[in-house]
Design a protein. Sequence first.
Length: 78
Amino acid sequence: MNLFRSEEHIRNWVGFESDTEEGIIPLPDLVRLFSGNYFRRRLEPDWVSRSREYGREMVETLKEIGKTGPFWQLKKKS
């Protein structure tokens, strides 16, 4: 993960690849995503047994912040 001051700085970064543009997340959305149970509760004893539930919550948050395109889809292994 790289943090930048602005989207303009991201686009000017020598390592920027246009096919990863969908992966740009504004800081408030990133905070929202990482504040969910998937990350907040990972040290609790029942995290593994509830990880599917937390994963679904994380996917729902991604949908709410508009991150649903191909960049965010799990790649099927062949």
